[in-house]
Write a protein that binds this ligand. Structure first.
Ligand code: GLC
Length: 386
């Protein structure tokens, strides 16, 4: 217990200390911000997601899988298409499996991951080390502090491992779509991970995000970190009734949707609504129609994210957007991709499309498994066929 005099002295000490920190903080933060803005501009304008390669394939991260899922030819094709960066999604579990090397990471998995990182860099693109674990890993973070400790410890190792490469071209993304739904808890987790990364890697730019699924509304709840060398990120899949039609994961009724047009037209929507048996689902799809989704609507939503970044004076990125191919009308799909991409560019926001040649791809795989780039999607992205 403090005596009154002691308490006053302690408070005074804290105030002096806080003032000293205030005085010390601005130049560092300002310098970090300058680096983050410059790198976002130089390296993260037009990106592509390398999905299902080192993540999203929990049963199999064997060499057979990683040597064939995305090949050196695919990486070269990404560079030729004009992508300036690759977001490399990485599952957490295989990183930490035994046997581990001196760096504390699984020897075999990390050796192959290093090969992928170096291939991307050698083709002249930047790379984002995107920690992209399965849902269950992220959902543990909602309540389990030991799971947070494990995440922090993993990032210390991962950041130390990749800090040796050119920090201008290697970005560290704390967590894909955190799924932690308490924004205050997520803010605490994110700040702790960012501090651990910074200790191990003083010069790399960190990519941070809002809670939940990294939507714009989640970004708007976020307060920027003390660290200046950070780019803030959101994902854009609105409206999901359109982008996730036919998707078998997440909201149940999306799997029954097909051929939803964008922008919606009265005649086709009337017909499609008749096919949805459940009244609540039908109501939601009707909402999609009545909400009048078009380029202007999308622009206004993205403007909100841009306004947040401007008010907070931080760089902004949208490193996932895309529409699931399986049952979408191809013209509607490229209309949506074009509208989102041009809205982002109008606000000076760098983007990365989800994904290269899986369900949302800029390329599709032919019957022999070879990637074939889709010229319509390339055009919608504002790129040129090589
Ligand atoms: C998120 C998920 C990924 C999914 C994508 C589109 O990135 O992690 O699994 O494919 O969104 O729904």
């Amino acid at each position: 217990m403090f005596s009154r005099g002691c308490l006053a002295a302690a408070l005074l000490g804290m105030a002096v200390c806080a003032r000293a920190q205030d005085q010390a903080a601005p130049p560092d933060r300002a310098a970090g911000l300058q680096i983050a803005f410059a790198r976002a501009r130089q390296h993260l304008r037009r990106g592509i997601n390398a999905s299902h390669w080192f993540s999203q394939n929990p049963g199999d991260y064997s060499a057979r899988h990683t040597d064939t899922e995305i090949t050196p030819d695919d990486i070269a094709a990404m560079a030729r298409l004009g992508f300036d960066n690759v977001r490399l999604s990485i599952d957490a579990v295989p990183l930490e499996q035994y046997p581990r090397g001196a760096d504390g990471l699984n020897v075999d998995f990390v050796a192959r991951l290093d090969g992928a990182v170096d291939l991307i860099l050698a083709d002249g693109m930047a790379v984002t080390i995107d920690l992209h674990p399965e849902d269950s890993y992220k959902q543990q973070l909602r309540t389990d502090n030991a799971a947070v400790d494990r995440l922090v410890a993993l990032w210390r190792k991962l950041a130390a491992h990749y800090a040796g490469r050119d920090p201008g071209s290697v970005f560290f993304e704390i967590l894909n779509e955190p799924e932690v739904n308490d924004p205050y808890r997520w803010a605490g987790i994110q700040a702790r991970v960012a501090a651990a990364i910074r200790e191990a890697a003083p010069n790399n730019t960190i990519i941070a995000t809002g809670p939940n699924y990294s939507d714009i509304v989640d970004l708007l709840s976020l307060h920027p970190l003390d660290d200046g060398n950070v780019i803030y990120n959101f994902h854009f899949y609105d409206p999901h009734e359109f982008t996730h039609q036919g998707a078998t994961w997440s909201t149940g009724w999306w799997r029954y949707e097909h051929g939803i047009p964008y922008p919606p037209t009265a005649s086709s929507m009337q017909e499609l609504l008749k096919e949805i048996p459940d009244p609540a689902d039908r109501f939601q799809l009707e909402n999609y129609w009545l909400n009048n989704w078009n380029a202007g609507h999308i622009q206004r939503l993205i403007d909100e994210a841009a306004a947040w970044a401007q008010a907070n004076r931080v760089p902004l990125l949208c490193n996932e957007f895309g529409a699931y191919r399986a049952v979408a009308d191809p013209v509607s799909r490229t209309n949506w991709i074009r509208d989102v991409r041009t809205a982002l560019e109008a606000d000076g926001i760098g983007w990365a499309m989800w994904d290269y040649h899986n369900g949302f791809g800029v390329a599709v795989r032919d019957k022999d498994g070879k990637s074939v780039v889709d010229p319509q999607t390339v055009e919608a992205l504002g790129l040129k066929m090589p």
